[in-house]
Design a protein around this ligand. Structure first.
Ligand SMILES: [Mg+2]
Length: 355
């Protein structure tokens, strides 16, 4: 399992429907597909989905980091020594978590292929499938309802609405969607750091009885006391996302109960090795986790899905980042049935890549 070659392929996708968050409006996304080949010709695939807003990475920075430091650090190494390679890449260059995630995912794909096992089995398979939400960006209420009804019609059972610009508008949109999709649909709201403590609590109070599963990142990422106060006073569970980028952040949130849940994304964690660690730390602090994502090829979405079903403490999934891409560079990995994400029963990630 000696690594002979590391190759990367920058790819761009257009979104079939552009969407807005508290940060920006997105219509095009950039990923970097990673291919690692061993001396015996076995190939592992990974994908980096850089996020300029939360992690400060771009496809240019991913390409640079892999070409200059991370790729060369892997050459000649044993691909099965994932913990050693994780440490080696951490020391090779600081930050660059999406770049590291792309390579780390490819190592797990290789491991699964070598073992002849799907990754979810290799990680210990707690369950076979997990319900996913699909995200609707900030849009006028009529447009939001149109998208929500369309997604319900496609069998999705959980929706995540983006908000965080104006709490009263958020309340109005959530109420309209609830009326349109009925009581059974799970509704999540993501404020992307948009509110202060009092605004967040007003929002939460106004949504009482509407049936919100959880509210994600109501306050600024770095203002831990604000998040803690909202969590302590809220009747709706609070999920930390932008506050938690690492296992150290996870430990801090768990130790001080800054939030009820955390959102684990492979691109924040730098790959599966650290995502597993974050989930275990969270579980020790009785914090439930969600497997989340960026706008990503199905390659890294599949990796997150294999992770999500492998661990009991991953109670939630938001693995929809590939659904709005105008095309993809891979097939397989997962299927979505009746709102559930199911990793396929093929070795590794179970993907076919056509670049
Ligand atoms: Mg979020």
């Amino acid at each position: 399992m000696i690594i002979r070659n590391v190759e990367i392929f920058p790819v761009s996708f257009r979104l079939t429907e552009s969407y807005a968050t508290a940060y920006e409006t997105t219509s095009e996304v950039h990923n970097v597909v990673c291919r690692i080949e061993t001396k015996t010709g076995l190939v592992g695939w990974g994908n980096a989905a850089p996020d300029p807003y939360v992690m400060g990475e771009t496809s240019t920075s991913v390409v640079q980091a892999i070409n200059q430091q991370l790729g060369p650090a892997l050459l000649g190494e044993d691909a099965t020594r994932i913990h050693y390679l994780h440490a080696k890449l951490s020391e090779a260059v600081p930050g660059n978590y999406a770049a590291k995630a792309g390579l780390n995912i490819a190592l797990y794909d290789l491991l699964g292929k070598r073992a002849g096992l799907p990754l979810y089995q290799l990680l210990g398979c707690y369950r076979r499938k997990i319900l996913t939400s699909v995200t609707i960006g900030i849009a006028p209420p009529g447009e939001t309802v149109r998208r929500a009804v369309a997604l319900a019609g496609r069998g999705f059972k959980a929706l995540k609405l983006k908000g965080g610009r104006d709490w009263e508008e958020d309340v109005a949109r959530v109420r309209r969607v609830r009326e349109a999709v009925g009581k059974e649909m799970l509704l999540r709201l993501d404020a992307n750091q948009g509110y202060g403590v009092e605004e967040a609590l007003s929002l939460i109070q106004a949504l009482e009885g509407v049936g919100i599963e959880f509210l994600e990142q109501p306050t600024r990422a770095e203002q831990l006391s604000s998040l803690q106060e909202v969590t302590a006073r809220s009747r709706i569970p609070i999920m930390a996302d932008e506050t938690v980028l690492s296992s150290t952040d996870t430990f801090r949130v768990a130790a001080h109960y800054y939030a009820d849940h955390i959102n684990i994304k492979l691109m924040k964690a730098g790959g599966l090795t650290n995502a597993v660690r974050m989930n275990i730390i969270a579980e020790a602090g009785e914090i439930e986790t969600m497997a989340g994502c960026m706008d990503e090829s199905i390659i890294s979405i599949a990796a997150a899905a294999h992770f999500a079903v492998a661990f009991r403490n991953v109670h939630y999934a938001d693995l929809d980042g590939h659904l709005d891409l105008d095309r993809d560079v891979a097939r397989g990995g997962i299927v979505i049935e009746d709102g559930f994400v199911i990793p396929v029963d093929r070795p590794g990630l179970g993907l076919e890549v056509d670049l």
